[in-house]
Design a protein around this ligand. Structure first.
Ligand code: SF4
Ligand code: SF4
Ligand code: FES
Length: 230
């Protein structure tokens, strides 16, 4: 039952009690960009791409519950530029070579780059040294493309509740690790889920590539957010 009234950019909407701002906005056909968030997963609030302004304060819309009378700013030039800066930072903090990436066209970071018309990032490229993990039978982990959203850590769990991915270190040295013994036991379905759950091209299936040709992929013809905005 819709029992909460709130506004986004001056328009009034209704929400169910307990919904986050992202969920309530989506249910009303309003797109708020997300990257670390995934429907059905407990939000982690790591990327801040979903930043909105509520009562003059910037908040992560994926972790903030909507409340009655809330006045939310979403598409102001200031907020949109903040989001664009985050996208630019994510590009310069990793090593992204889209034309050679298997995730191109299915990648949420790339799709956000297009949405925000990113040409040249305003920040200098850091060209970090990142290692890859290739010693698991079904998955290949290219940390050059990791955006540390932690979706894999939160959601890829074996039938007996063991986490396959973990995060180590802090700040700029944070890296994703994988339990190679557990990873070796993953079913084909779980391996595919791990790849799908990664918003970028960091987790890839081995021996499976380009099943869907470039040009026919998720964001090749429909920009990110269009499924919500219509
Ligand atoms: S992960 Fe996305 S942004 Fe990075 S190289 Fe691949 S397609 Fe490009
Ligand atoms: S490997 Fe992918 S899903 Fe995991 S933290 Fe990095 S970007 Fe996110
Ligand atoms: S989508 Fe909200 S913080 Fe990442």
């Amino acid at each position: 039952m819709s029992d909460i009234k709130f506004t986004i950019d001056g328009k009034e909407y209704s929400a169910k009690s307990g919904q986050t701002i992202v969920e309530a906005a989506k249910a009303n056909g309003v797109y708020i960009p997300v990257l670390c968030h995934f429907d059905g997963m407990k939000p982690a609030g790591t990327c801040r791409i979903c930043t909105v302004r509520v009562g003059g304060r910037f908040m992560a819309a994926c972790t903030t519950p909507v409340s009655d009378g809330m006045i939310i700013e979403n598409m102001t030039p200031e907020i949109e530029d903040m989001r664009k800066q985050i996208v630019e930072m994510l590009f310069v903090e990793g090593n992204h070579m889209c034309p050679t990436c298997e995730k191109s066209g299915n990648c949420e970071l790339q799709a956000l780059g297009y949405r925000y018309r990113m040409m040249v990032p305003r920040f200098p490229y850091l060209w970090p040294e990142r290692t890859v993990i290739a010693d698991t039978p079904k998955l290949y982990i290219d940390r050059n493309r990791c955006v540390q959203c932690l979706r894999c850590v939160r959601d890829i769990v074996t039938a007996d509740g063991k986490h396959v991915f973990a995060v180590t270190n802090r700040g700029g040295k944070t890296i994703i690790t994988i339990d190679t013994e557990l990873a070796a036991t993953l079913s084909e379905e779980m391996a595919q889920k791990a790849m799908n759950q990664c918003p970028v091209g960091c987790i890839l299936r081995k021996e499976v590539g380009y099943r869907v040709p470039i040009g026919q992929r998720k964001f090749d013809n429909k920009p990110i957010g269009s499924e919500i905005e219509g």
